[in-house]
Design a protein around this ligand. Structure first.
Ligand code: SAM
Length: 278
């Protein structure tokens, strides 16, 4: 028995380590803010698992290679495993370095399946939601796009790889400035950012082939519908307590059709939208 004691102690310690390690990993995968720019109920999406399994094996040491690997996993596990099938969208999501759009202290979570906080109490949307909205907008190489709610600039960067030009408008001046500098620094030359209320669109550059909105008004702003080209698409979260992701299609004859896609949770659209619906 005395000779078996060290062996028994060893087995007990190993078991405790495995339990502690597993709990830590689960906390890490499930943790983080479930705030905005996120699918409210991912189980409602057809054609994909409700929650993709996250691979937590350690990436290689070299920082760039590690981020590239994390991005590849993000695309295969969070996007392809759900319902993102547009090859151009998948390629763009593979190329844009999301870790350059998040706060320094959150770089380790840049490729996690969640929105993350940015400055001024706002968020960068969940990667899946960015990909879904982009896919729904059907960007063509020749398209001129309007992006409402620049935030970190990530959605604008993804669109810039798929369109001819992206006009991006952000109501918080500090965010608009940081995003403009960030996009310029990273060489996204076909993106123009300005501070302003996106409720009114950007009439000087209208009409747009597609419009993507990342903040939720209670009703679709009429100026955005007016600034859509015939054949164009507006992708927007709509609602106060319950939000839906809506695609507004403007047909060639100018008639407008609405399609509800999934429940979502976005920050509210501020500015004129809140004056209309206080
Ligand atoms: C979910 S965050 C943006 C995510 C962003 N697309 C990204 O990739 O990081 C929504 C943004 O919309 C902005 N916003 C809210 N109301 C707005 C309005 N009326 N016009 C323009 N931007 C607005 C917020 O300040 C916030 O930065």
């Amino acid at each position: 028995m005395t000779t078996l004691r060290p062996l028994l102690v060893g087995i007990v310690l190993a078991t405790l380590w495995v339990i502690a390690h597993t709990t830590w990993q689960l906390t890490r995968v499930r943790g983080g803010p479930q705030s905005t720019g996120v699918a409210a109920d991912q189980s409602q999406q057809a054609g994909g698992p409700s929650q993709p399994v996250e691979d937590t094996t350690d990436p290689p040491d070299d920082a760039d290679a590690a981020h590239t690997l994390r991005r590849q996993r993000m695309v295969s596990q969070q996007l392809e495993a759900r319902d993102i099938t547009d090859k151009r969208v998948l390629e763009a999501m593979l190329k844009v370095p999301r870790h350059h759009f998040v706060r320094d202290d959150l770089i380790d979570r840049a490729y996690h399946d969640m929105p993350l906080p940015i400055e001024h109490g706002q968020t960068i949307s969940q990667p899946y939601i960015v990909a879904l909205m982009t896919q729904l907008a059907q960007p063509a190489e020749t398209a001129v796009a309007l992006d409402v709610g620049t935030g970190s600039g990530y959605q604008a960067a993804v669109l810039s790889l798929l369109c001819k030009h992206v006009y991006s408008i952000e109501i918080i001046e500090g965010l608009a400035e940081t995003a403009r500098e960030r996009l310029e620094h990273q060489g996204y030359e076909n993106v123009t950012v300005r501070a302003g209320d996106g409720y009114g669109g950007w009439p000087e550059h209208a009409p747009f082939d597609l419009i993507i909105v990342a903040a939720a008004p209670e009703r679709v702003p009429q100026p955005l519908i007016d600034q859509l080209k015939p054949g164009g698409r507006l992708v927007i979260p709509v609602g106060r307590h319950y939000q839906s992701l809506v695609v507004v299609h403007k047909e060639q004859d100018g008639t407008v059709r609405r399609e509800q896609v999934i429940p979502v949770a976005f920050v509210p659209m501020t500015g004129q939208a809140q004056k209309d619906d206080p």
